[in-house]
Design a protein around this ligand. Structure first.
Ligand code: ZN
Length: 366
């Protein structure tokens, strides 16, 4: 039995996935452990679902609640660094009661344990970093770009998530990039849901394919099979065509690779990280296609010779568990980081993390 554990919970629109990480840094669950998240039924129901998810993973791991020292939680953004959902709402948190709701604080109060919050992109970035560097995480930095419906990810320096003053660091999708040499002659400048033109997400995301790249490339390949489907469905099919070497699909993925390479080039000048991680749908594609895509990204990432000698550009594995595992890593790091100063849990919260250990929770043993 471990001395203590932390629980990591990845909150999504339809389900919560959870894991348990022990005091020695071992994950006690090998598989996804999903339960419904009931996010659409409002905060009260969703908080109970989070509690249910914690109970579920502890059950699976055979660890009692009394061993849990902290909870790591991630949700989709936008939310503050402390887990207050945007006052404008968010895609997953559409109901009015969610606007400005402190999901981290509410869960902490409900379970009587410290809750450490990250947005899902940052949690996945933290996981990618720890998978690569393990015990040496604290002496490395990395950038993760994760291509999904949008373009998520995060920045890690010295093993820690860079959150920024407002919690908005690492919003890599909304970094604007030069379009010269990326767009075809006569191709319209791509636009993003955030209101900008020519940012990374406007190209390197499923939404970018649907709204910008596919409509244009279908005009260049008249009679293409994908034109028979509605755009939303066709966008999801593009990857399969890419695996088969279809020229239209390869043109789309080449533009995405150039966008990601240009993002990494910008990151190299800001952060000069040890690693550039790439995750998302394309990582799950057939190996030959994945390899081609990664090579295209590398080719379009302009590092200085000194940087190229020390940095890696690599794929992120096991993304389906990245959120839960990254959240657990964040909670464990937080505990270890605060352990030296800790006398009791009430004294170890940084500004903005109002901790309430609650009745029946003993302080950690250090
Ligand atoms: Zn944007």
């Amino acid at each position: 039995m471990p001395e203590w554990v932390v629980v990591g919970i990845d909150n999504g629109g339809t389900s919560n996935n959870g894991t348990v990480l022990d005091s020695d840094g071992r994950f006690l669950l090998e598989q996804m452990a999903e339960v419904p998240s009931f996010v659409k039924e409002g905060p009260d129901r969703a908080i109970e679902a989070l509690v249910g998810s914690i109970d579920h993973v502890l059950d699976l791991a055979g660890v009692p609640l009394s061993k849990v020292r902290a909870i790591g939680l991630d949700t989709p953004g936008p939310a503050s660094a402390d887990g207050v959902i945007s006052s404008k709402g968010a895609t997953n948190f559409g109901d009015p009661p969610w606007r400005g709701y402190d999901i981290r604080g509410a869960l902490a109060q409900r379970v009587g344990l410290p809750v450490v919050y990250n947005n899902d992109g940052n949690a996945a970035a933290l996981y990618a970093h720890h998978i690569r560097y393990g015990a040496d995480s604290a002496v490395h930095g990395s950038v993760s770009a994760i291509v999904g419906t949008g373009l998520g990810g995060g920045l890690i320096e010295a093993g820690q998530v860079i959150k920024g003053a407002a919690g908005m660091a690492g919003e890599l999708g909304h970094v604007t990039i030069p379009m010269e040499g990326l767009l075809d002659d006569g191709q319209p400048t791509p636009s993003c849901n955030c209101g900008q033109l020519a940012d990374v997400e406007s190209v390197a995301s499923l939404t970018g394919i649907q709204n910008n790249l596919l409509p244009y490339w279908l005009t260049r390949y008249p009679g293409h099979e994908l034109a028979r489907h509605p755009l939303g469905k066709a966008a999801k099919l593009v990857r399969g065509y890419g695996e088969d070497g279809d020229p239209l699909a390869l043109a789309i993925f080449r533009q995405q690779a150039i966008a990601l390479g240009r993002l990494f080039t910008i990151a190299s000048n800001f952060l000069d990280p040890d690693a550039y991680f790439l995750g998302g749908g394309v990582v799950e594609a057939a190996p030959h296609f994945r390899g081609w895509f990664l090579a295209q990204v590398r080719e379009n990432t302009q590092l200085r010779e000194e940087q190229a000698n020390v940095a890696v550009i690599a794929l992120v594995p096991d993304l389906d568990m990245a959120g839960a595992r990254g959240s657990a890593v964040a909670a464990r790091d937080w505990l270890l980081h605060h352990s030296q100063a800790a006398v009791g849990l009430t004294q170890i919260g940084p500004i903005g993390l109002a901790l309430s250990p609650g009745p029946g929770v003993s302080p950690p043993p250090w």
